[in-house]
Design a protein around this ligand. Sequence first.
Ligand code: EPZ
Length: 417
Amino acid sequence: MDNIIIEGGCPLKGEVRISGAKNAALPILISSLLADGYCTYSNVPNLKDVESTKELLINHGAKIEAEGDTVKIDSGGLNNHEAPYDLVRKMRASILVLGPLVARLKKARVSLPGGCSIGARPINLHLKGLAALGAKVELVHGYVEASAEVLKGAEIFFDAVTVTGTENIMMAAVLAEGTTIIRNAAREPEVVALAEVLNKMGAKIEGIGTSVLTINGVSSLKPVFVSIIPDRIEAGTFMVSAGLTGGDVKLLDCEPSHLESVIHKLRLTGSIVTVDGNSVSVKGGESISSIDIKTIPYPGFPTDMQAQFMVLMSIAKGFSVISETIFENRFIHVSELRRMGADIKVSGNTAMITGVPALSGAPVMATDLRASASLILAGLVAKGVTRVNRVYHLDRGYDSIEKKFSMLGAKIKRVKV
Ligand code: EPZ
Protein backbone atom coordinates (compact mmCIF):
# COMPACT_ATOMS: atom_id res chain seq x y z
CA MET A 1 0.00 0.00 0.00
CA ASP A 2 1.67 3.25 -1.07
CA ASN A 3 1.56 6.55 0.77
CA ILE A 4 2.16 10.02 -0.62
CA ILE A 5 4.11 12.51 1.49
CA ILE A 6 3.83 16.24 0.84
CA GLU A 7 5.59 19.22 2.37
CA GLY A 8 3.24 22.13 1.86
CA GLY A 9 3.82 25.79 1.04
CA CYS A 10 5.23 25.73 -2.51
CA PRO A 11 3.37 27.85 -5.08
CA LEU A 12 2.96 25.56 -8.13
CA LYS A 13 4.43 26.86 -11.35
CA GLY A 14 4.87 25.44 -14.85
CA GLU A 15 3.01 23.32 -17.40
CA VAL A 16 1.12 20.07 -16.96
CA ARG A 17 -0.33 17.80 -19.68
CA ILE A 18 -3.83 16.52 -18.99
CA SER A 19 -4.38 12.80 -19.68
CA GLY A 20 -7.33 11.11 -21.35
CA ALA A 21 -10.58 11.02 -19.37
CA LYS A 22 -11.14 8.01 -17.11
CA ASN A 23 -14.92 8.32 -17.36
CA ALA A 24 -14.78 8.41 -21.15
CA ALA A 25 -12.15 5.68 -21.54
CA LEU A 26 -14.08 3.09 -19.50
CA PRO A 27 -17.37 3.13 -21.50
CA ILE A 28 -15.57 3.64 -24.83
CA LEU A 29 -13.23 0.66 -24.31
CA ILE A 30 -16.27 -1.40 -23.26
CA SER A 31 -18.14 -0.32 -26.42
CA SER A 32 -15.60 -2.42 -28.36
CA LEU A 33 -17.79 -5.38 -27.31
CA LEU A 34 -20.29 -4.17 -29.92
CA ALA A 35 -18.10 -4.72 -32.98
CA ASP A 36 -16.09 -7.49 -34.63
CA GLY A 37 -12.49 -6.61 -35.47
CA TYR A 38 -9.87 -4.39 -33.86
CA CYS A 39 -11.01 -1.08 -32.36
CA THR A 40 -8.06 1.26 -31.72
CA TYR A 41 -8.10 3.88 -28.96
CA SER A 42 -5.40 6.53 -28.44
CA ASN A 43 -4.82 8.92 -25.50
CA VAL A 44 -5.96 6.20 -23.10
CA PRO A 45 -4.92 7.19 -19.55
CA ASN A 46 -2.61 4.93 -17.54
CA LEU A 47 -5.00 4.12 -14.65
CA LYS A 48 -5.88 1.15 -12.47
CA ASP A 49 -9.50 1.38 -13.68
CA VAL A 50 -8.33 1.07 -17.30
CA GLU A 51 -6.33 -2.04 -16.36
CA SER A 52 -9.43 -3.45 -14.66
CA THR A 53 -11.48 -2.76 -17.79
CA LYS A 54 -8.95 -4.60 -19.98
CA GLU A 55 -9.04 -7.55 -17.56
CA LEU A 56 -12.84 -7.57 -17.74
CA LEU A 57 -12.90 -7.51 -21.55
CA ILE A 58 -10.34 -10.33 -21.77
CA ASN A 59 -12.59 -12.30 -19.41
CA HIS A 60 -15.35 -11.98 -22.05
CA GLY A 61 -13.02 -13.26 -24.78
CA ALA A 62 -11.66 -10.01 -26.24
CA LYS A 63 -8.09 -9.83 -27.56
CA ILE A 64 -6.19 -6.76 -26.36
CA GLU A 65 -2.91 -5.17 -27.47
CA ALA A 66 -1.57 -2.10 -25.70
CA GLU A 67 1.42 0.13 -26.45
CA GLY A 68 1.93 3.43 -24.64
CA ASP A 69 -1.39 5.30 -24.57
CA THR A 70 -2.83 3.26 -27.45
CA VAL A 71 -5.07 0.25 -26.83
CA LYS A 72 -6.38 -2.13 -29.54
CA ILE A 73 -9.33 -4.42 -28.71
CA ASP A 74 -10.88 -7.15 -30.86
CA SER A 75 -14.17 -8.56 -29.57
CA GLY A 76 -14.64 -10.87 -32.54
CA GLY A 77 -14.13 -13.87 -30.27
CA LEU A 78 -16.59 -13.09 -27.49
CA ASN A 79 -17.12 -16.36 -25.62
CA ASN A 80 -18.24 -15.52 -22.11
CA HIS A 81 -21.35 -13.59 -21.09
CA GLU A 82 -20.46 -13.52 -17.39
CA ALA A 83 -18.74 -10.71 -15.45
CA PRO A 84 -17.77 -12.28 -12.11
CA TYR A 85 -17.93 -10.65 -8.67
CA ASP A 86 -14.13 -10.63 -8.31
CA LEU A 87 -13.80 -8.36 -11.33
CA VAL A 88 -16.90 -6.20 -10.84
CA ARG A 89 -16.15 -5.45 -7.16
CA LYS A 90 -12.85 -3.85 -8.21
CA MET A 91 -14.59 -1.35 -10.44
CA ARG A 92 -18.30 -0.47 -10.32
CA ALA A 93 -18.25 0.77 -13.89
CA SER A 94 -17.98 -2.91 -14.93
CA ILE A 95 -21.79 -2.80 -14.98
CA LEU A 96 -21.36 -1.09 -18.37
CA VAL A 97 -20.78 -4.51 -20.01
CA LEU A 98 -24.42 -5.38 -19.36
CA GLY A 99 -25.97 -3.53 -22.32
CA PRO A 100 -23.35 -4.55 -24.90
CA LEU A 101 -23.39 -8.22 -23.83
CA VAL A 102 -27.17 -8.49 -24.15
CA ALA A 103 -26.97 -6.70 -27.49
CA ARG A 104 -24.19 -8.96 -28.86
CA LEU A 105 -24.64 -12.30 -27.06
CA LYS A 106 -28.35 -11.96 -26.24
CA LYS A 107 -27.56 -12.65 -22.58
CA ALA A 108 -25.42 -11.43 -19.70
CA ARG A 109 -24.71 -12.43 -16.12
CA VAL A 110 -23.05 -9.52 -14.33
CA SER A 111 -22.33 -9.30 -10.62
CA LEU A 112 -24.22 -6.50 -8.89
CA PRO A 113 -21.63 -3.74 -8.35
CA GLY A 114 -22.81 -2.91 -4.84
CA GLY A 115 -22.29 0.46 -3.22
CA CYS A 116 -19.14 2.33 -2.45
CA SER A 117 -18.00 4.90 0.10
CA ILE A 118 -19.90 7.79 -1.55
CA GLY A 119 -23.26 6.11 -1.72
CA ALA A 120 -25.48 3.11 -2.39
CA ARG A 121 -25.00 3.59 -6.14
CA PRO A 122 -28.14 1.68 -7.21
CA ILE A 123 -28.50 0.46 -10.82
CA ASN A 124 -32.30 0.24 -10.89
CA LEU A 125 -32.50 2.70 -13.80
CA HIS A 126 -30.02 0.62 -15.86
CA LEU A 127 -32.20 -2.47 -15.30
CA LYS A 128 -35.47 -0.62 -15.95
CA GLY A 129 -34.09 0.63 -19.27
CA LEU A 130 -32.93 -2.82 -20.33
CA ALA A 131 -36.32 -4.33 -19.45
CA ALA A 132 -38.02 -1.60 -21.48
CA LEU A 133 -35.98 -2.78 -24.49
CA GLY A 134 -37.51 -6.23 -24.02
CA ALA A 135 -34.84 -8.00 -21.98
CA LYS A 136 -35.79 -10.42 -19.24
CA VAL A 137 -33.94 -9.08 -16.17
CA GLU A 138 -33.61 -10.96 -12.87
CA LEU A 139 -31.48 -10.58 -9.74
CA VAL A 140 -30.17 -14.00 -8.77
CA HIS A 141 -27.64 -14.62 -5.97
CA GLY A 142 -26.03 -11.18 -6.28
CA TYR A 143 -25.96 -11.24 -10.07
CA VAL A 144 -27.98 -9.46 -12.74
CA GLU A 145 -29.17 -12.10 -15.21
CA ALA A 146 -30.46 -10.50 -18.42
CA SER A 147 -31.46 -12.08 -21.71
CA ALA A 148 -33.30 -11.14 -24.90
CA GLU A 149 -33.67 -12.98 -28.21
CA VAL A 150 -34.25 -9.56 -29.77
CA LEU A 151 -33.99 -6.10 -28.21
CA LYS A 152 -36.73 -3.78 -29.45
CA GLY A 153 -36.60 0.03 -29.45
CA ALA A 154 -38.64 1.72 -26.71
CA GLU A 155 -39.30 5.08 -25.09
CA ILE A 156 -37.36 5.34 -21.80
CA PHE A 157 -37.58 8.09 -19.18
CA PHE A 158 -34.84 8.20 -16.52
CA ASP A 159 -36.22 9.30 -13.12
CA ALA A 160 -32.73 10.56 -12.28
CA VAL A 161 -29.94 11.76 -14.58
CA THR A 162 -27.60 8.78 -14.65
CA VAL A 163 -24.28 8.88 -16.53
CA THR A 164 -23.54 5.15 -16.76
CA GLY A 165 -27.27 4.38 -16.95
CA THR A 166 -27.50 6.51 -20.11
CA GLU A 167 -24.33 4.88 -21.46
CA ASN A 168 -25.52 1.32 -20.73
CA ILE A 169 -28.89 1.79 -22.41
CA MET A 170 -27.37 3.65 -25.36
CA MET A 171 -25.02 0.69 -25.98
CA ALA A 172 -27.92 -1.76 -25.83
CA ALA A 173 -30.22 0.33 -28.05
CA VAL A 174 -27.77 0.87 -30.94
CA LEU A 175 -28.26 -2.79 -32.00
CA ALA A 176 -31.96 -3.02 -31.07
CA GLU A 177 -34.71 -3.31 -33.68
CA GLY A 178 -36.49 0.00 -34.19
CA THR A 179 -36.18 3.36 -32.49
CA THR A 180 -35.31 4.08 -28.85
CA ILE A 181 -35.87 7.45 -27.23
CA ILE A 182 -34.08 8.15 -23.95
CA ARG A 183 -35.54 11.11 -22.06
CA ASN A 184 -33.72 12.86 -19.19
CA ALA A 185 -30.48 11.44 -20.59
CA ALA A 186 -27.16 12.51 -19.07
CA ARG A 187 -25.31 15.23 -21.06
CA GLU A 188 -21.82 14.83 -19.55
CA PRO A 189 -18.97 15.18 -22.09
CA GLU A 190 -18.10 11.54 -21.47
CA VAL A 191 -21.62 10.49 -22.54
CA VAL A 192 -21.31 12.70 -25.63
CA ALA A 193 -17.91 11.16 -26.40
CA LEU A 194 -19.32 7.63 -26.20
CA ALA A 195 -22.28 8.54 -28.44
CA GLU A 196 -19.92 10.04 -31.02
CA VAL A 197 -17.76 6.89 -30.97
CA LEU A 198 -20.85 4.70 -31.44
CA ASN A 199 -21.93 6.82 -34.42
CA LYS A 200 -18.43 6.46 -35.90
CA MET A 201 -18.96 2.69 -35.55
CA GLY A 202 -22.16 3.00 -37.62
CA ALA A 203 -24.79 3.67 -34.97
CA LYS A 204 -27.53 6.21 -35.59
CA ILE A 205 -27.82 8.39 -32.48
CA GLU A 206 -29.41 11.85 -32.67
CA GLY A 207 -29.73 14.56 -30.02
CA ILE A 208 -26.19 13.98 -28.75
CA GLY A 209 -25.43 16.43 -25.94
CA THR A 210 -29.11 17.01 -25.20
CA SER A 211 -31.33 15.30 -22.64
CA VAL A 212 -33.34 13.51 -25.38
CA LEU A 213 -31.45 10.86 -27.33
CA THR A 214 -33.07 9.20 -30.36
CA ILE A 215 -31.40 5.94 -31.40
CA ASN A 216 -32.35 4.13 -34.60
CA GLY A 217 -31.10 0.56 -34.23
CA VAL A 218 -28.77 -0.96 -36.84
CA SER A 219 -27.88 -4.59 -37.51
CA SER A 220 -24.16 -4.37 -36.78
CA LEU A 221 -21.35 -1.94 -35.95
CA LYS A 222 -17.84 -1.74 -37.38
CA PRO A 223 -14.53 -1.26 -35.55
CA VAL A 224 -13.22 2.27 -35.04
CA PHE A 225 -10.06 4.32 -34.42
CA VAL A 226 -10.65 7.16 -31.92
CA SER A 227 -8.79 9.31 -29.38
CA ILE A 228 -10.07 9.61 -25.80
CA ILE A 229 -11.16 13.13 -24.78
CA PRO A 230 -9.16 14.95 -22.08
CA ASP A 231 -10.06 14.42 -18.42
CA ARG A 232 -12.00 17.49 -17.23
CA ILE A 233 -11.82 16.40 -13.59
CA GLU A 234 -8.04 15.93 -13.65
CA ALA A 235 -7.87 19.35 -15.31
CA GLY A 236 -10.13 20.88 -12.66
CA THR A 237 -8.00 19.35 -9.92
CA PHE A 238 -4.84 20.98 -11.28
CA MET A 239 -6.65 24.29 -11.82
CA VAL A 240 -7.68 24.34 -8.16
CA SER A 241 -4.11 23.50 -7.11
CA ALA A 242 -2.87 26.71 -8.79
CA GLY A 243 -5.51 28.87 -7.11
CA LEU A 244 -4.89 27.15 -3.80
CA THR A 245 -1.09 27.62 -3.71
CA GLY A 246 -0.99 31.09 -5.30
CA GLY A 247 0.80 29.55 -8.24
CA ASP A 248 0.81 29.97 -12.01
CA VAL A 249 0.02 26.76 -13.91
CA LYS A 250 -0.70 26.14 -17.59
CA LEU A 251 -2.72 23.02 -18.44
CA LEU A 252 -2.02 21.53 -21.90
CA ASP A 253 -4.20 19.23 -24.04
CA CYS A 254 -7.40 19.94 -22.13
CA GLU A 255 -10.88 20.81 -23.39
CA PRO A 256 -11.92 24.18 -21.85
CA SER A 257 -15.48 23.88 -23.17
CA HIS A 258 -15.99 20.96 -20.76
CA LEU A 259 -14.90 23.12 -17.83
CA GLU A 260 -17.13 26.18 -18.08
CA SER A 261 -18.77 25.79 -14.65
CA VAL A 262 -15.42 25.06 -12.97
CA ILE A 263 -13.72 28.03 -14.70
CA HIS A 264 -16.61 30.32 -13.74
CA LYS A 265 -16.49 29.29 -10.06
CA LEU A 266 -12.69 29.45 -9.87
CA ARG A 267 -12.73 33.00 -11.23
CA LEU A 268 -15.25 33.95 -8.53
CA THR A 269 -12.76 32.77 -5.89
CA GLY A 270 -10.21 35.28 -7.25
CA SER A 271 -8.05 33.09 -9.52
CA ILE A 272 -7.11 34.52 -12.92
CA VAL A 273 -8.11 31.94 -15.52
CA THR A 274 -7.08 32.36 -19.17
CA VAL A 275 -8.30 30.06 -21.95
CA ASP A 276 -6.24 29.66 -25.13
CA GLY A 277 -7.30 26.86 -27.51
CA ASN A 278 -6.62 23.54 -25.72
CA SER A 279 -4.76 25.25 -22.89
CA VAL A 280 -6.00 26.80 -19.68
CA SER A 281 -3.75 28.96 -17.48
CA VAL A 282 -4.57 29.58 -13.83
CA LYS A 283 -2.86 32.21 -11.69
CA GLY A 284 -3.67 32.37 -8.00
CA GLY A 285 -5.25 35.66 -6.89
CA GLU A 286 -4.06 37.97 -4.10
CA SER A 287 -6.48 36.17 -1.78
CA ILE A 288 -9.12 33.43 -2.03
CA SER A 289 -12.75 34.59 -1.86
CA SER A 290 -15.40 32.31 -0.41
CA ILE A 291 -18.23 31.22 -2.73
CA ASP A 292 -21.13 28.78 -2.54
CA ILE A 293 -21.21 25.58 -4.62
CA LYS A 294 -24.07 23.25 -5.51
CA THR A 295 -23.30 20.05 -7.45
CA ILE A 296 -25.75 19.19 -10.23
CA PRO A 297 -25.61 17.18 -13.47
CA TYR A 298 -23.65 18.62 -16.42
CA PRO A 299 -23.39 21.41 -17.47
CA GLY A 300 -23.73 22.34 -13.78
CA PHE A 301 -20.90 22.17 -11.27
CA PRO A 302 -19.59 18.58 -11.21
CA THR A 303 -19.84 16.44 -8.08
CA ASP A 304 -16.39 15.07 -8.95
CA MET A 305 -14.94 18.55 -8.26
CA GLN A 306 -16.75 19.13 -4.95
CA ALA A 307 -14.03 17.81 -2.62
CA GLN A 308 -11.32 19.79 -4.43
CA PHE A 309 -13.27 23.05 -4.11
CA MET A 310 -13.90 22.36 -0.44
CA VAL A 311 -10.15 22.51 0.17
CA LEU A 312 -10.03 25.89 -1.58
CA MET A 313 -12.92 27.17 0.55
CA SER A 314 -11.28 25.87 3.75
CA ILE A 315 -8.63 28.64 3.50
CA ALA A 316 -10.81 31.24 1.75
CA LYS A 317 -11.74 34.55 3.38
CA GLY A 318 -15.25 34.18 4.77
CA PHE A 319 -17.99 31.56 4.85
CA SER A 320 -19.01 29.08 2.12
CA VAL A 321 -21.85 26.62 1.68
CA ILE A 322 -21.36 23.48 -0.44
CA SER A 323 -24.43 21.40 -1.32
CA GLU A 324 -23.86 17.89 -2.67
CA THR A 325 -27.05 16.90 -4.52
CA ILE A 326 -25.78 13.88 -6.49
CA PHE A 327 -24.47 11.42 -3.89
CA GLU A 328 -25.71 10.86 -0.35
CA ASN A 329 -22.33 10.40 1.32
CA ARG A 330 -19.75 12.45 -0.51
CA PHE A 331 -18.32 14.39 2.45
CA ILE A 332 -15.81 11.69 3.49
CA HIS A 333 -13.00 14.19 3.12
CA VAL A 334 -14.55 16.57 5.70
CA SER A 335 -13.34 14.66 8.78
CA GLU A 336 -9.82 14.44 7.38
CA LEU A 337 -9.75 18.13 6.44
CA ARG A 338 -10.91 18.95 9.98
CA ARG A 339 -7.89 17.05 11.30
CA MET A 340 -5.79 19.44 9.21
CA GLY A 341 -7.44 22.42 10.92
CA ALA A 342 -10.34 23.13 8.56
CA ASP A 343 -13.51 24.58 10.11
CA ILE A 344 -16.33 22.63 8.43
CA LYS A 345 -19.77 21.70 9.74
CA VAL A 346 -21.99 19.21 7.91
CA SER A 347 -25.76 19.00 8.05
CA GLY A 348 -27.27 16.41 5.69
CA ASN A 349 -25.99 17.09 2.17
CA THR A 350 -24.76 20.57 3.07
CA ALA A 351 -21.30 21.52 4.29
CA MET A 352 -20.69 24.93 5.90
CA ILE A 353 -17.08 26.07 5.69
CA THR A 354 -15.52 28.95 7.63
CA GLY A 355 -12.17 29.85 6.10
CA VAL A 356 -9.10 29.56 8.37
CA PRO A 357 -5.72 31.26 7.82
CA ALA A 358 -3.93 27.99 7.15
CA LEU A 359 -4.22 24.20 7.27
CA SER A 360 -1.63 22.13 9.11
CA GLY A 361 -0.09 18.94 7.77
CA ALA A 362 -1.22 15.60 9.25
CA PRO A 363 -1.46 11.89 8.42
CA VAL A 364 -4.77 11.47 6.52
CA MET A 365 -6.65 8.85 4.54
CA ALA A 366 -9.59 8.71 2.16
CA THR A 367 -11.68 5.94 0.65
CA ASP A 368 -12.96 7.81 -2.39
CA LEU A 369 -10.99 8.80 -5.46
CA ARG A 370 -11.80 12.51 -5.40
CA ALA A 371 -11.61 12.78 -1.61
CA SER A 372 -8.07 11.39 -1.89
CA ALA A 373 -7.26 14.04 -4.50
CA SER A 374 -8.57 16.74 -2.16
CA LEU A 375 -6.23 15.54 0.60
CA ILE A 376 -3.28 15.84 -1.78
CA LEU A 377 -4.42 19.42 -2.52
CA ALA A 378 -4.72 20.15 1.21
CA GLY A 379 -1.20 18.82 1.75
CA LEU A 380 0.15 21.10 -0.99
CA VAL A 381 -1.03 24.19 0.88
CA ALA A 382 -0.82 23.04 4.53
CA LYS A 383 1.99 24.10 6.84
CA GLY A 384 4.28 21.17 7.49
CA VAL A 385 4.12 17.59 6.24
CA THR A 386 1.03 15.61 5.19
CA ARG A 387 1.03 11.85 4.66
CA VAL A 388 -1.87 10.57 2.53
CA ASN A 389 -2.42 6.87 3.12
CA ARG A 390 -4.10 4.29 0.85
CA VAL A 391 -3.31 6.08 -2.40
CA TYR A 392 -4.48 3.13 -4.51
CA HIS A 393 -7.80 5.00 -4.70
CA LEU A 394 -5.92 7.84 -6.38
CA ASP A 395 -4.22 5.51 -8.84
CA ARG A 396 -7.63 4.34 -10.03
CA GLY A 397 -8.40 7.76 -11.46
CA TYR A 398 -5.25 9.88 -11.74
CA ASP A 399 -2.35 9.15 -14.08
CA SER A 400 0.93 9.72 -12.13
CA ILE A 401 -0.52 12.52 -9.99
CA GLU A 402 2.52 12.93 -7.74
CA LYS A 403 4.90 13.07 -10.73
CA LYS A 404 2.79 15.79 -12.33
CA PHE A 405 2.66 17.85 -9.12
CA SER A 406 6.41 17.35 -8.61
CA MET A 407 7.02 18.74 -12.13
CA LEU A 408 5.14 21.86 -10.96
CA GLY A 409 7.50 22.34 -8.02
CA ALA A 410 5.59 20.54 -5.29
CA LYS A 411 7.61 18.78 -2.56
CA ILE A 412 5.79 15.47 -2.99
CA LYS A 413 6.90 11.86 -3.10
CA ARG A 414 5.41 8.37 -3.09
CA VAL A 415 6.68 5.87 -0.53
CA LYS A 416 6.04 2.16 -0.54
CA VAL A 417 4.76 0.82 2.80
C1 EPZ B 1 -20.62 8.47 -13.04
O1 EPZ B 1 -21.03 7.57 -12.03
C2 EPZ B 1 -19.12 8.68 -12.84
N1 EPZ B 1 -18.42 7.41 -13.02
C3 EPZ B 1 -18.86 9.24 -11.44
O2 EPZ B 1 -17.47 9.49 -11.33
C4 EPZ B 1 -19.62 10.56 -11.30
O3 EPZ B 1 -19.44 11.07 -9.99
C5 EPZ B 1 -21.10 10.34 -11.58
O4 EPZ B 1 -21.28 9.73 -12.89
C6 EPZ B 1 -21.89 11.63 -11.56
O5 EPZ B 1 -21.39 12.52 -12.50
C7 EPZ B 1 -18.20 6.96 -14.28
O6 EPZ B 1 -18.57 7.59 -15.27
C8 EPZ B 1 -17.45 5.67 -14.41
P1 EPZ B 1 -24.90 8.30 -11.87
P2 EPZ B 1 -22.50 6.89 -12.13
O7 EPZ B 1 -25.54 7.05 -12.33
O8 EPZ B 1 -22.90 6.76 -13.54
C9 EPZ B 1 -28.54 7.74 -8.89
C10 EPZ B 1 -15.38 9.44 -10.29
O9 EPZ B 1 -14.94 9.92 -9.24
N2 EPZ B 1 -28.84 6.52 -9.65
O10 EPZ B 1 -24.87 9.48 -12.79
O11 EPZ B 1 -22.47 5.68 -11.29
C11 EPZ B 1 -27.23 7.61 -8.12
O12 EPZ B 1 -27.46 6.99 -6.86
C12 EPZ B 1 -16.74 8.77 -10.31
O13 EPZ B 1 -14.78 9.46 -11.40
C13 EPZ B 1 -29.99 5.79 -9.32
O14 EPZ B 1 -30.72 6.13 -8.39
O15 EPZ B 1 -23.40 8.00 -11.44
C14 EPZ B 1 -26.78 9.04 -7.97
O16 EPZ B 1 -27.44 9.61 -6.86
C15 EPZ B 1 -17.39 8.81 -8.94
N3 EPZ B 1 -30.27 4.67 -10.03
C16 EPZ B 1 -27.29 9.71 -9.24
O17 EPZ B 1 -28.28 8.82 -9.80
C17 EPZ B 1 -29.49 4.24 -11.08
O18 EPZ B 1 -29.82 3.22 -11.70
C18 EPZ B 1 -26.22 9.93 -10.30
O19 EPZ B 1 -25.54 8.69 -10.46
C19 EPZ B 1 -28.33 5.00 -11.40
C20 EPZ B 1 -28.04 6.14 -10.68
